[in-house]
Design a protein around this ligand. Structure first.
Ligand code: F0G
Length: 456
């Protein structure tokens, strides 16, 4: 088996050190067995996240020098607006410093206390920004998504029966809007099909419900549609994207993923009310409505990256590099989420470490163990990330207890994938020797970022 050939060449490199075993053991203990608390200089291969970690192209870097740093009306804003109109098809743009800035503006405008937001599957910051104005995000994804072994090709799809049940049980007034995440992160980077979006639009039209996308990984979703959905085999990615977005009233977008930049985000919409309200609030929380917390140069990089990240040849390499790592693990029997997702390989920690109780945090444990073995940094995506039930205060133990090996875009070579796979396979062979963790510190919000653990 071979990895996909990279459609670029390397013009600049960054040295990375390899901490020895003694340092790795000390570093992860000092970090409270939480990979978020490791220093980057202690990491050899950083698969914590695909967010803000991309390598920009020479075209993007050269655009950075053309940053117009005027407080108001920078020309890079108008370039970004044009890119969003061309690639995604939305009329209005409100820039923000990153995705959660856009979530804050969009969701605080749309959610009233006591309302619910049906969404295929939660994402951490999205859920919180629905809860802060008094709402509740409810799971509306198809059952297949909760089963790591199920090979269904569109495990990001919305389950219309679940949506109908929310409508029937809560009433339309209690539904703020319907939220759909592209290439659903927490279910393993799994796409939503065009057919699902099209049908959802019909249902929501009937009930006059707004649809807001989390379009953060929409280009990768579009690639999967082209690969897997009949009728799209040779459709240009941008045409697929524009059709997808046409089924929504607006979106929030963290540019730190598919736009191949280190910082940035926005919301975009065709809805006058949403635009007016959020364009007004952006000046309170982010910055003027023509920069929203980004420098002019950042907006230029996003404007160029949005187009670059939607190129078919690039996406083909990208998705196949993730698949290469996944296949290396799958072939050795390591339990991973199937099908292999768009932005990372997700290890099923419940199957990897079946001897651990849920309160021993299997995914957190495995993530720390991988670091200790090889200085590869991954991320827990399970019960620590899910947090506690807002009403009862109890821990929630989701069906998916995963470790995410998230692949930054255009940063690592296929041999880095091989090194990573060897480490995970080595641990898999001695998995019974891995001991669980005890949580010893828990912050109130988004606990996974700062929680601390001790080895049992
Ligand atoms: N929505 C999704 C689907 C995301 O994956 C993220 C971030 C956000 C919104 C928030 O965007 O970070 O720019 O404020 N995901 C990162 C991750 C942090 O590692 O998955 P942000």
């Amino acid at each position: 088996m071979k990895g996909p050939v990279e459609p670029f060449k390397i013009k600049m490199v960054e040295h990375v050190g390899m901490p020895d075993e003694k340092r790795r053991i000390a570093a992860i203990r000092e970090a409270g067995y939480n990979t978020f608390l490791l220093k980057s200089e202690d990491v050899f291969i950083d698969l914590l996240t695909d967010s803000g970690t991309s390598a920009m192209s020479d075209y993007q870097w050269s655009g950075m020098l053309l940053g117009d740093e005027a407080y108001a009306g920078a020309k890079n804003f108008y370039h970004l607006e044009k890119s969003v109109q061309d690639v995604l098809g939305y009329k209005y743009l409100v820039p923000t410093h990153q995705g959660r800035g856009a979530e804050h503006l969009m969701y605080s405008h749309l959610v009233k206390p006591g309302q619910i937001v049906p969404r295929n599957m939660y994402f951490t910051t999205s859920k919180l920004h629905v809860e802060l104005p008094g709402g509740k995000m409810v799971d509306t994804i198809i059952d297949e998504a909760h089963d790591p072994e199920n090979e269904y090709p569109f495990k990001g799809n919305v389950d219309f029966k679940k949506l109908q049940a929310y409508i029937d049980n809560f009433g339309l007034d209690k539904i703020a809007f319907v939220n759909v995440e592209m290439n659903c992160n927490m279910s393993g980077g799994q796409p939503v099909s065009m057919q699902n979006l099209r049908e959802l639009r019909k249902i929501c039209n009937e009930y006059q419900l707004k649809i807001i996308f989390d379009a953060t990984r929409s280009s990768e979703n579009a690639y999967f549609i082209r690969e897997r959905e009949k009728g799209y085999e040779s459709t240009p990615i941008i045409d697929i994207l524009r059709e997808m977005m046409s089924y929504s009233d607006g979106c929030i977008y963290s540019a730190k993923k598919d736009c191949l930049v280190n910082i940035g985000g926005f919301l975009a919409t065709n809805d006058n009310d949403i635009f007016e309200a959020t364009r007004n609030m952006v000046v309170v929380y982010e910055g003027l409505h023509t920069y929203g917390g980004m420098a002019g140069r950042d907006m230029e990089a996003v404007a160029r990256g949005l187009r670059e990240g939607a190129q078919y040849e690039y996406l083909k390499y990208r998705i196949n590099q993730v698949r290469y790592l996944g296949d290396l693990l799958k072939d050795e029997g390591v339990p991973i989420v199937k099908p292999i997702g768009g932005h990372g390989v997700f290890i099923n920690a419940l199957k990897f470490l079946p001897h651990l109780e849920r309160e021993q945090w299997p995914a957190q444990t495995l993530s720390a163990a991988i670091y200790e073995d090889s200085a590869v940094r991954s991320m827990e995506r399970g019960a620590v990330s899910k947090g506690r039930d807002k009403e009862t205060g109890e821990n929630i133990f989701p069906a998916l207890e995963l470790v995410r090996l998230t692949i930054p875009r255009r940063v690592y070579t296929n041999s880095h994938m091989e090194y990573t796979a060897e480490s995970v396979i080595r641990l898999f062979e001695k998995r019974e020797t891995i001991r669980g963790l005890k949580m010893v510190y828990e912050p109130e919000y988004l606990r996974f970022f700062q929680a601390r653990f001790e080895k049992l």
